[in-house]
Design a protein around this ligand. Sequence first.
Ligand code: IMP
Ligand code: MG
Length: 192
Amino acid sequence: MLRDVGRILIDRERVARRVEQLGRTIAEDLRADLERHGHLDENGDATDKVVIIPILTGAMVFVADLIRHMPLKMSIEVVAVSSYPGKSMASKGVSLRGDLPRTLAGKHVLVIDDILDSGQTLLTIRNLVVEQAPASCRLCALLEKTGKKVVDVAADYVGFEIPDEFVVGYGLDYDGYYRNLPDIGVLRPEAV
Ligand code: IMP
Ligand code: MG
């Protein structure tokens, strides 16, 4: 498996440092939002207003690490999307498997994906969230491919900007594989 990855783009230590920073920053921003909306209790703790929506399957590893740097009361509602069915490297449009929870009105929502490429996935989910009139809706992606966006959507939080190469590891897959690699790397052309 490791032989299929030609080059490591971001190693696990760099990922871990950045994910910790991101988690702390997002938690501080959410806390400020909660305070502004009067959504903290008398002890200054978050009430039941924060909902994290990880986009499966790619965001699984990232979210697991990120939320452990976010000391806030939160619930997690996953949504499953497929945009790269099978051995494809280009988005074939976004298909949602299942529904979003119908309980996002008045909540502070954070949507999390592994990578922002064409932008279609995050845009689709964001629109579905916003329909429900949340108190706030933020978007977070671990990676963003520079200059690749075809739709108008900006992530509020991005871990790393990367060049336009197909990457795997730390949750990202090719044909469903390589998600369990601890580092983020570029596949060898022979592995494709
Ligand atoms: P978008 O909808 O085009 O922004 O694509 C986002 C989705 O495509 C992500 O959730 C990933 O699952 C997938 N994707 C985009 N680029 C890559 C990549 O380089 N490696 C693995 N998956 C990718
Ligand atoms: Mg994928």
